[in-house]
Ligand binder design. Structure first.
Ligand SMILES: NC(=O)c1ccc[n+]([C@@H]2O[C@H](COP(=O)([O-])OP(=O)(O)OC[C@H]3O[C@@H](n4cnc5c(N)ncnc54)[C@H](O)[C@@H]3O)[C@@H](O)[C@H]2O)c1
Length: 308
């Protein structure tokens, strides 16, 4: 098995490249990342059971004709992912994310290589009920989510031309990895709580439900797609559970009792609560086993000696 992972040094990629040898026998793993987020540490101590090769390159400039033909599949994780931090930078996000996905998808179509694209449940934006993949009223709240929709449309168009692809709408990831980042809700709150900073909750968000995904479930889901050959062009919501911010904060509080919260405004926050159903993916035979409590516990433990 030869798998190409773009964005391999990121939060999800650094876990996936370590999990692939658990699910496949001595896989060849070709990792492409431009190091824009400087996660050198993601390449530390890779397990001997994997056969690794790293290419430091922008996916928009990679010579795909050279490296794709030998691959069995490609997992396209490379993207600018700080949705809040890039709220004022739509061109940057579009050039990098849609530009990268266009390059990768065109090459996968040309060489007939199946690909997995991680979209995001943030494409649903403001909804007021339980949503599934049939929802057509997408309400993206950021350039990041807008770009995800444009990338999904591009991939669906390529599927009509013969591309083998799977589009996953991931919930917000929690859980530790070597290359983890702390922009997203659960990880950011854990960081703030450990550091003795107030947890910054968007003013409207405390009792809003949002979809979350354990990193362990994300890696398991990606291998489930590869093993089950789920490359028929479908969209799947990949969500361990929906939680309110209050549930997240109270779970952190069970490990750090004296945390405080501060309400803040942000231009990409919205008023509505929504829940995302992952039944379609569960119906492919997948069981979510991650837990918010476990993810928070391991993240807090990682940082336990960071502040006396
Ligand atoms: N983490 C989440 O909560 C979450 C939720 C939904 C979807 N996703 C999606 O999953 C994918 C991976 O997310 P992550 O959390 O690991 O992100 P991350 O930011 O931790 O990692 C992304 C990696 O991509 C690399 N990269 C960015 N642009 C590149 C380019 N043009 N060429 C080569 N490398 C490039 C970065 O250097 C980084 O190592 C992204 O597409 C993201 O949108 C993530």
């Amino acid at each position: 098995m030869r798998v190409i992972v773009t964005g391999a040094l990121g939060h999800i990629g650094s876990a996936l490249i370590r999990q692939l040898p658990v699910f496949f026998d001595r896989p060849e793993i070709l990792m492409v990342d431009n190091l824009s987020t400087q996660r050198y540490c993601s390449l530390f101590d890779l397990p001997a059971k994997g056969q690794y090769e790293f290419i430091q390159e922008d996916v928009r400039k990679t010579d795909w004709d050279k490296i794709l033909p030998e691959a069995d599949c490609l997992v396209h994780l490379a993207a600018i992912t700080d949705a809040a931090g890039t709220a004022d930078k739509p061109e940057l996000v579009r050039d990098n994310n849609l530009g990268g996905t266009t390059a990768v998808t065109s090459a996968c179509l040309k060489h007939d290589i199946p690909m997995i694209f991680p979209s995001s449940t943030s494409v649903y934006g403001s909804q007021n009920s339980l949503v599934d993949e049939t929802c057509t009223e997408l309400c993206p709240q950021s350039p990041y989510a807008e770009s995800k929709i444009a990338e999904e449309i591009l991939i669906k168009d390529f599927v009509t031309k013969g591309l083998k692809a799977c589009i996953c709408r991931f919930g917000t990831i929690y859980g530790k990895s070597v290359g983890m980042r702390f922009h997203t809700a659960v990880n950011k709150f854990c960081w703030q709580a450990v550091m003795g900073q107030p947890i910054t909750v968007w003013r409207t968000a405390m009792d809003q439900k949002r979809p979350y995904l354990a990193l362990s479930d994300a890696c398991k889901a990606l291998t489930h797609i590869i093993k089950g050959n789920l490359f028929g062009g479908s969209v799947y919501n990949i969500v361990t559970e929906n939680h309110t911010v209050r549930e997240v904060v109270e779970t952190i509080q069970s490990f750090i009792p004296n945390l405080t919260a501060e309400y803040v405004d942000h231009k990409i926050m919205n008023q509505l609560s929504y829940e995302v159903s992952a039944n379609k993916f569960k119906n492919t035979g997948f069981a979510f086993t991650g837990s918010l409590k476990k993810g928070i516990e391991e993240t807090v433990k990682l940082l336990r000696n960071a502040r006396a």
